[in-house]
Design a protein around this ligand. Structure first.
Ligand SMILES: [Zn+2]
Length: 425
């Protein structure tokens, strides 16, 4: 391309979007909704930071695989939070027209709907529950390749990624190390059940080769000049954006699993990490991909990812696996369901279970297969904090007057049992 104008325009929009996306701090998925962001300018080719231009032609593979009613229902009930998608997607009787270019003269991408007489199978690179062969007795996860993604980085990066707090001289709580501990316990349990298992990371180190200093110039293009804000922006571009994009490349190009388990521990706002607030409640929920906000729908790469997820029918698989995993997990752990505060504009309840919610997170959007994104426990709850301090142990121990297993083993075992129950059906 000789004319640099479109590239420069895209870059400027990208930088604006970085700024919009990064100026608000979002501690954990259950944090209260952020201050509403300024709308992204209506350019159908605007991209998220570090995203590539979508390959719209690749959606040709989904011609005549979905009926009009399924397409519209998934789009409105699960994947979006309002009608903004209508700026880009026009639903006709027999097809949908998807705008892919800022040039109004360029024809839209046309997706033909399936009809009762003409329905083609959905192409996808992962195995869904319905088409898996019946597993041998005691090995319900045979034929499945599961990737375990221990959330965050941990180790020396825990403070930078704001997944660190400490009470007095007690052991610091670092989510990225705890998720790795659970992942290492979970792997042999799933293998025993017949699965092939790959860890997306197996040490408290980033997957991306980039570091905050490599992203400082990108951060410098944002609308702030405050050195402290710029440093934080570069750090966040490192530990969130670049790191999760690197993990997605590894998952999609090398591991190519049938399912990804994103392991997290939830938390509620803890304030000062050196003097954190403990709260009395703990809870559980699982996140599935969906609930794209108006600004997210306006970004070409996110709109493309939404359509690809919808057309691959990942939601149906995530809801099926997620429901049994969630039911089993709360049965074993006794955790109550988390209820999102009302008024959140980036989350939707999933109708099939009070334990499932749809949210558009970088990981569950970029991983090209179903993702079960776990959010059990509240690290800064009185009970779970005491369990984390107790570390890993065999059997039961008295924690705040209750006999409880190690929180790490309970997590791994409840998740393994949930998956075993789902796939044994
Ligand atoms: Zn987390």
């Amino acid at each position: 391309m000789r004319n640099p104008a479109p590239i420069i325009a895209t870059l400027c929009l990208g930088l604006l979007v970085v700024f919009l996306l990064l100026r608000t701090k979002t501690p954990e998925p259950s944090a209260p909704p952020a201050i509403p962001e300024k709308p992204v300018p209506p350019n159908p080719t605007a991209l998220s930071i570090l995203a590539e231009n979508p390959d719209w032609i690749s959606l040709e593979a989904y011609q005549r695989t979905i009926s009009r009613s399924d397409f519209e229902k998934l789009l409105t009930d699960i994947f979006t939070t309002d009608d903004t998608w209508r700026e880009f997607i026009l639903i006709r009787d027999e097809h949908a027209e998807i705008i892919t270019s800022s040039d109004p003269a360029k024809p839209p991408f046309v997706l033909s709907f399936a009809t009762p007489e003409n329905t083609l199978p959905t192409p996808r690179g992962w195995k869904d529950t319905a088409t898996l062969p019946i597993p041998p007795e005691g090995k319900p996860l045979s034929n499945l390749h599961i990737a375990i993604d221990p959330g965050h980085i941990g180790g020396e990066w825990a403070k930078i990624e704001e997944r660190w707090f400490q009470i007095g001289n007690e052991k610091p709580v670092t989510e990225g190390d705890m998720t790795l501990d659970v992942a290492k316990m979970l792997k042999p349990l799933l293998e025993e059940l017949g699965a092939t298992v790959t860890l997306v990371r197996d040490k408290p180190e980033p997957v991306t080769p980039l570091r905050p200093e490599n992203l400082a110039s990108l951060a410098a293009g944002s609308a702030t000049e405050d050195p402290n804000s710029l440093r934080k922006l570069a750090e966040r571009l490192f530990y969130r954006t670049a790191e999760i994009r690197a993990r997605a490349d590894l998952v999609n190009q090398t591991i190519k699993p049938d399912l990804v388990l994103c392991l997290h521990f939830n938390a509620e706002a803890w304030g000062d990490p050196n003097n954190p607030t403990l709260i009395p409640r703990t809870h559980f929920h699982i996140l599935l991909n969906g609930a794209y906000t108006p600004d997210e729908v306006r970004l070409a790469d996110q709109r493309f990812a939404l359509l690809k997820k919808l057309l691959q029918r990942t939601h149906e698989e995530e809801a099926l696996v997620g429901k049994t995993v969630a039911d089993t997990f709360v049965e074993i752990s006794g955790l109550p369901a988390y209820i999102y505060p009302p008024g959140g504009n980036n989350v939707r309840p999933v109708p099939s279970s009070p334990l499932l919610y749809a949210r558009n997170l970088l990981a569950n959007r970029l991983y090209d297969c179903p993702v079960v994104f776990m959010e059990p426990y509240v690290m800064n709850s009185t009970q779970d904090y005491a369990r984390i301090q107790a570390g890993d142990y065999d059997g039961l121990r008295e924690i705040n007057g209750k006999p409880l297993p190690s929180i790490f083993r309970e997590y791994a075992e409840a998740l393994a049992q949930g998956l075993a129950k789902h796939y044994a059906r």
